[in-house]
Design a protein around this ligand. Structure first.
Ligand SMILES: Nc1ncnc2c1ncn2[C@@H]1O[C@H](COP(=O)(O)OP(=O)(O)OP(=O)(O)O)[C@@H](O)[C@H]1O
Length: 408
């Protein structure tokens, strides 16, 4: 590798040198991700750690299958393992770039997790940062790509972190270094299609600025109970409140703007109140108690999840459930408390009333209903299965408590 302006230091800082898990790389076949893949292979070679290139075919161009095959071949020739992934879902007429982005992130995160990788490397550059700033100036809401962040898709992105080691290099520097090595790469025609805001920003030659250092905000003090309800002090930072609402509700889009600001003000005012926002319920007393709003069933939330024997799925964005030897269905406890045994009901009343209706209940043919909240996470003893509460790890990741691969 001809050029090293700090990406090695970023990899050393964030990755676990002792891990033998594969390092996943989002590889489009373009110049930025080619440079990234080579850098990852250089970094991983001494420890023998495998590098897995993941290539997404969005199926939006007639030639995309051929490009994907070429990218897979190129990655293998460089010494990586490689896998092609395809976006086979329906393509919306409006909002295509956002839908393609979501599909890409979901495919990449799922494939990374399936391979046992916790970290997915992406090739965003200083030029991408400049373009995001230019797009925001045009009215877009695109965020800046960050050096280290949890995957933005949920629940597909659970347990997967994104690492972007090339934010200090411009696209021009990267391409010059690759050309000097005699490398060739693919150019995606969408990058020059001026119908897209990103391509317009690229064409306008947005001015490069140094990336902001990641703001290390002090994580808040919080606790989470066995039902996934979060307790926070009332004088919480806006970003942490948004993260708590998102994680407790199990949704994908954090609340922003005026409604979040109003909730923040009410919390700071010290008044006692109950409110709902973005699928979460907030009870403000001495502390703020934030849990899933069971009223969301009316809007399609807390939908039942049916699993075949041995299958794993995520219920309501909060619980990862694996079925045992029997099929099962997960539903909300709301309206079903009468089906519980006297013992289970006695345990239920020890939970705050607000968290009870949105708790999961597991139904299996010929077996009494059970709940990981009331009966424990491991109901395999009766051939049942396993449950994992996702809220705690997700919130820790969102507030920056996991800042390295080895502590994820
Ligand atoms: N088709 C693809 N297959 C695999 N990885 C990809 C693909 N497209 C993009 N990536 C990964 O994402 C990085 C950024 O790509 P690009 O700038 O096109 O995406 P973006 O839409 O700006 O980013 P984001 O999806 O994070 O908003 C690439 O360097 C590469 O690591």
């Amino acid at each position: 590798m001809l050029l090293d302006t700090g990406h090695r230091a970023v990899l050393d800082r964030r990755l676990d040198a002792a891990s033998s898990a594969p390092l996943a790389v989002g590889f489009s076949g373009g110049g930025d991700s080619l440079f990234l893949l080579k850098a990852a292979l250089d970094w991983a070679r001494p420890s023998g750690r495998p590098v897995l290139a993941l290539v997404v075919d969005h199926r939006l161009q007639a030639d995309s299958a051929r490009w994907t095959a070429q990218a897979v071949e190129k990655a293998r020739a460089l010494g990586a393992e490689a896998r092609a992934l395809a976006w086979t879902g329906p393509k919306p007429a409006a909002g295509l770039p956002a839908a393609a982005r979501r599909a890409r992130h979901a495919l990449l995160a799922e494939a990374a997790r399936e391979a046992g990788a916790k970290v997915l490397l992406l090739g965003h550059t200083a030029s991408d940062l400049a373009e995001s700033a230019a797009m925001r100036a045009e009215g877009s809401t695109v965020p800046d790509p960050r050096a280290w962040s949890p995957s933005p898709v949920w629940p597909e992105g659970r347990d997967v972190f994104l690492l972007r080691p090339l934010l200090f290099l411009t696209r021009g520097e990267i391409r010059a270094a690759l050309a000097a090595e005699g490398q060739t790469w693919l150019e995606d025609p969408a990058n020059v299609d001026l119908r897209y805001a990103r391509a317009r920003a690229r064409a306008s030659g947005a001015e490069i600025v140094a990336p902001e250092p990641d703001v290390e905000r002090r994580p808040p003090l919080f606790s989470i109970d066995e039902a996934g309800a979060v307790r926070l002090p009332r004088d919480i930072a806006a970003a942490h409140l948004a993260a708590a609402l998102l994680c407790a509700a199990g949704t994908e889009r954090p609340p922003r703007g005026e409604r979040l600001e109003r909730l923040l003000q009410r919390l700071r005012s010290g008044e006692g109140f109950t409110a709902t926002l973005s699928g979460a319920r907030i009870e403000a007393g001495e502390m703020a108690l934030i849990c899933r709003d069971a009223g969301e069933t009316a809007r399609g939330g807390l939908a039942p999840l049916s699993l075949a024997p041995g299958e794993t799925g995520v219920w309501d964005g909060r619980w990862e459930i694996t079925a045992g030897v029997e099929p099962l269905t997960v539903v909300a406890l709301k309206g079903r408390a009468s089906s519980l045994s006297p013992d289970q009901r006695a345990r239920l009343v020890t939970l705050p009333a607000a968290v009870r209706p949105s708790s999961p209940l597991i139904l299996r043919q010929g077996a009494a209903p059970c709940s990981p909240v009331l009966d424990g996470r491991d109901f395999a003893a009766e051939g049942g299965g396993r449950a994992r509460l996702l809220v705690l790890d997700r919130l820790k990741a969102a507030v920056g408590l996991y800042d390295q691969e080895c502590v994820t």
